[in-house]
Design a protein around this ligand. Structure first.
Ligand SMILES: O=P(O)(O)O[C@@H]1C[C@H](O)[C@@H](CO)O1
Ligand SMILES: Nc1nc2[nH]cnc2c(=O)[nH]1
Length: 316
């Protein structure tokens, strides 16, 4: 029985999504074909811009921009700091596609819808996915404004049965049981560490474990302590589901978190986290993340299995 009242569906289109079947391979192909009919060539690298980090998309050269609403089957962004635009253009000589705004489960979208763009990117010819997000720090040594290269993730939703790959598997995307032990590409992580060193960023660039929770509330003190004990260094409301789908369809993945706040782990503390605070820190220090991602894109050879541009290899 469909329990979503029609008036609610009209006001919040994302409520309607719950009553739909997951989008098929053919739907993804239709979206990819529509985009290929509008862009000059196939993108090699996709970048997902997290909360408040969309300015990176503005640095692309020869930009072509599409509102999510005009792209067949695309959901729409409902969160401040997520503009809802897909931007194609050149970055460091690579043709890239940037999601200026992503989708979250707390907006009312099922995870297969949240991750739909990843499969479209694969069908567009993308080989490398760069995911960025805003996250709160659990590790005591991290400060707001720091960056964390994602070494691994804890997909708390996945562990509790909320996975974008639930349901019949379409082998054209990938295997029924994809391995996730090497989710965040080792070479890309090393490249990012080396670039951070060269840029003088080492003191505020960490490498750690990201935990995805459902949100939209920020953590209680007991939850924060629990996640820290589990081994998470940072927590956010995105990314892991996107990475599961990216690995399932064979993309190479690099992930980086922008630490916007400390997650409160003490009952005596005065700090309180807010989305406005997250956006404010994001704007203040977004340039450093932008520089690091731009340099990384410049060092990647998406067509080389080794991923590293030969002339850059010597300088790293
Ligand atoms: O899209 P991301 O993961 O960057 O967004 C984070 C998590 C929440 O959506 C929001 C909280 O302020 O920022
Ligand atoms: N869950 C969660 N997501 C965030 N996104 C930015 N900061 C936070 C945080 O403290 N917790």
């Amino acid at each position: 029985m469909n329990r979503t009242p029609r008036t609610l569906e009209r006001k919040y289109p994302c409520c309607q999504m719950h009553s739909q079947e997951p989008l098929s391979y053919e739907d993804c192909e239709a979206t990819a074909q529509w985009l290929l009919g509008h862009i000059k060539r196939q993108p090699e690298i996709a970048i997902i811009c997290g909360s408040g980090l969309g300015m990176l998309a503005e640095t692309l050269e020869g930009k072509q921009t599409f509102e999510y609403g005009e792209i067949p089957h695309f959901p729409t962004s409902t969160v401040p700091g997520h503009a809802g635009k897909l931007v194609f253009g050149d970055l460091q000589g690579k043709f890239c596609v940037c999601m200026k705004g992503r989708f979250h489960m707390y907006e009312g979208y099922p995870l297969w819808k949240v991750t739909f763009p990843i499969r479209v990117f694969k069908l567009l010819g993308v080989q490398v996915l760069i995911v960025t997000n805003a996250a709160g720090s659990l590790a005591n040594s991290y400060c707001p404004g720091d960056l964390m290269i994602i070494r691994d993730h804890i997909n708390l939703l996945g562990l509790s049965g909320q996975n974008p790959l639930l349901g019949p598997n379409d082998d054209r995307f990938g295997p029924r049981f994809p391995p996730l032990s090497d989710a965040y590409d080792k070479k890309l992580r090393k490249m990012a560490r080396d670039i951070s060193k060269r840029l003088g960023y080492s003191s505020f660039v960490h490498e750690g474990v990201y935990c995805m929770v459902g949100g939209p509330n920020f953590e209680s003190v007991a939850e924060a302590r629990f996640l820290h004990k589990l081994g998470a260094d940072a927590v956010g409301m995105s990314t892991a589901a996107e990475v599961v789908v990216a690995k399932h369809c064979g993309l190479k993945v690099f992930g980086i978190s922008f630490i916007t706040n400390r997650v409160v782990k003490e009952y005596e503390g005065e700090e309180e986290v807010s989305h406005d605070g997250v956006l404010e820190i994001g704007h203040m220090r977004a340039a450093t993340l932008q520089t690091l991602v731009t340099e990384l894109v410049g060092s990647i050879d998406p067509n080389n299995n080794n991923l590293i541009l030969e002339e850059k290899e010597a300088s790293l």
